[in-house]
Ligand binder design. Structure first.
Ligand SMILES: [Mg+2]
Length: 268
């Protein structure tokens, strides 16, 4: 079989369930990233999380002993801002979301408004209120475009599973009767953003992650090969169930990050 480094030019690596669980790094994450850096692999960490800035994500990884710079991170918030700036740089955005999303939008010189938006941008918002939902639904019904950073219904935290961005989005969809543009995995838009940052074609990139419904499915959507890890959501026991749900299969499966590191080693 052809070695991975001869087949792929870049890696798109998931974070939650692949590099860490909450604040706890996954065994072998630090060694894997150290090895990728030493061997000059091109890669980005690609996350559906829209609440944190790339700087905050990099700090979190560094705190856990996993080497990372802000430039290594692609968040759904950045991809959302990039998508809007490319499609409608004059957009006026109403935001349901947190700091990372607002910073990404202003970073693309987009205007954030409280009234009469042309686009409603929605991510996770842990200070979500009925009032925010009301204004967003009225704006969408009046014709504003509806964009969701990511469709995740649940978010794993040290407090257990909590409602994610997708759960807030589900309310807006139900009330407005409109389907949103979705940016985060499994959508190809976040993947395309990361590929653009790496200047890499889809067929030359490998997506790495623990979730069949988001990471592996996004490969199907974007035209990338994928590597599934049994470090998070998917296990050998539930694999068939998720394969059916995702209607796709990974190109490779690795039990853990040590196996993956060996497969990506260029000196073999
Ligand atoms: Mg994950």
């Amino acid at each position: 079989m052809i070695a991975l480094h001869e087949r792929y030019k870049a890696l798109l690596i998931d974070l939650d369930g692949t590099m860490y669980h909450g604040e706890i790094p996954i065994d072998g994450a630090n060694l894997l990233i150290q090895s990728l850096r030493e061997q000059q692999w091109s890669y980005r960490f690609v996350t559906n999380n829209s609440s944190a800035t790339p700087e905050q994500v990099a700090e979190r990884l560094t705190r856990m002993g996993i080497a990372a710079d802000a430039a290594d991170i692609c968040t759904s918030a950045q991809a959302t801002a990039y998508y809007i700036a490319n499609n409608d740089p004059e957009a006026k955005a109403m935001v349901i979301g947190e700091h990372g999303l607002r910073q990404a939008l202003t970073g693309q010189a987009l205007e954030i408004v409280e009234e009469q938006p042309t686009v409603v941008v929605q991510g996770i918002d842990r200070e979500y209120t009925y009032e925010k939902g009301k204004r967003a639904v009225q704006a969408i019904r009046a014709g504003a475009q509806f964009i969701m950073t990511n469709p995740d219904l649940l978010l794993p935290t040290s407090d257990g599973l909590i409602p994610g961005a997708g759960s807030i989005g589900a309310m807006l969809q139900a009330a407005s009767g409109k389907q949103p543009v979705i940016i985060g995995k499994p959508s190809r838009i976040l993947i395309q953003y990361a590929l653009d940052q790496l200047d890499c074609d889809a067929e030359d990139a490998l997506i790495i992650g623990d979730n069949m419904l988001t990471d592996i499915r996004s490969g199907q959507e974007a035209g990338c090969h994928t590597a599934l890890l049994y470090t998070g959501i998917t296990t050998p026991d539930n694999y068939s169930y998720y394969r059916e749900q995702a209607e796709c299969e990974p190109t490779y499966v690795y039990a853990d990050l040590h196996e993956l590191r060996k497969a990506l080693n260029k000196q073999q």
